[in-house]
Design a protein around this ligand. Structure first.
Ligand SMILES: Nc1ncnc2c1ncn2[C@@H]1O[C@H](COP(=O)(O)OP(=O)(O)O)[C@@H](O)[C@H]1O
Ligand SMILES: [Mg+2]
Length: 259
């Protein structure tokens, strides 16, 4: 199963991606968590100790690797490079392991097509595409806001697009745009997750503005989530009963149903 976690910035994508990775992992699945946000913080949400998380060098910043795989030095302009670099060994070699969860930090991904055609972007795009097309574990990609920078083949290989929203019109608008763009390329499986919900009225409000049938969970606004973030501890270890129940619901909606 391949998941992408999307939505407006600050809605809770990384928080959800981190807990979901732990849910699959603790249930016995092999998990590859992919940080595809240039402002990388999935490691921290998983609970990777801060010093270790800070020491991870994103793939897009690994100059030697980029040079080796694409034939072009990212620090120099105007060079020829391979458009289909070898990438299938990269997840094993460059991910870190946290309690059995593999974490791979990609770094910035620029828009394909007319955008930047630089060597590091070719490497990162090829790698992400290889991961969602060919890996056989559960893959959870924590995204930057928006999905426009991903290639079509990459998006098509996503089994479920998770969209995190908070009770505010701007995050609803972003979610609607994502669903339209994803729908245009044939993605039909969505999971909308309301987050930072303070009362029943707010979850109802979300349900009236987005397709209610696609809503798979409503996570309350929670001091526990904030304090785990503040103190850089694994949130998964600290979920109280109501949070646990809500994340379990989300996990059940994501888990392969025949397993
Ligand atoms: N349910 C929640 N209650 C309170 N704070 C939350 C909740 N979910 C996320 N947060 C906080 O909101 C901020 C943004 O969350 P994050 O997961 O980093 O969002 P994103 O990845 O979408 O930018 C973080 O400080 C996080 O701790
Ligand atoms: Mg994030």
């Amino acid at each position: 199963m391949k998941f992408a976690v999307t939505g407006k910035g600050g809605t809770g994508k990384t928080t959800v991606a981190g807990v979901l990775a732990h849910c699959f992992n603790s249930d016995g699945y092999r998990v590859l968590a992919v940080d595809a946000d240039p402002d990388a913080n999935l490691g921290s949400a998983l609970g990777v100790p801060p010093e270790e998380a800070a020491s991870i060098i994103p793939i897009s910043a690994r100059r030697e690797l980029i040079k080796d795989r694409t034939g072009a030095d990212p620090a120099r302009f105007g060079q020829m490079f391979k458009l289909n670099p070898t990438v299938d060994d990269i997840p094993e070699k460059y991910s870190i392991d946290f309690r059995g969860i593999k974490l791979l930090v990609l770094g910035a991904i620029q828009k394909g097509g007319g955008g930047c055609a630089c060597a590091e972007n070719v490497l990162v795009q090829s790698l992400l595409s290889e991961i969602v097309l060919n890996r056989d574990e559960v893959v959870i990609v924590d995204m930057e806001a928006g999905i426009e920078h991903l290639g079509r083949a990459t998006l098509e290989a996503i089994d479920k697009m998770l969209i995190v929203v908070e009770p505010g019109m701007r995050s609803i608008t972003t979610a609607t745009t994502i669903m339209r763009l994803a729908g245009e390329i044939g993605i039909t499986s969505f999971g909308i997750i309301g987050n930072k919900i303070r009362d029943a009225g707010q979850s109802e409000w979300i349900g009236t503005r987005l397709p209610a049938a696609e809503v798979i969970g409503m996570i309350p606004y929670s001091e526990t989530i904030l304090s785990a973030d503040r103190d850089q501890r694994p949130l998964f270890d600290e979920l109280d009963e109501s949070l646990k129940a809500e994340f379990l619901k989300i996990y059940e909606a994501c888990r392969p149903q025949n397993a």
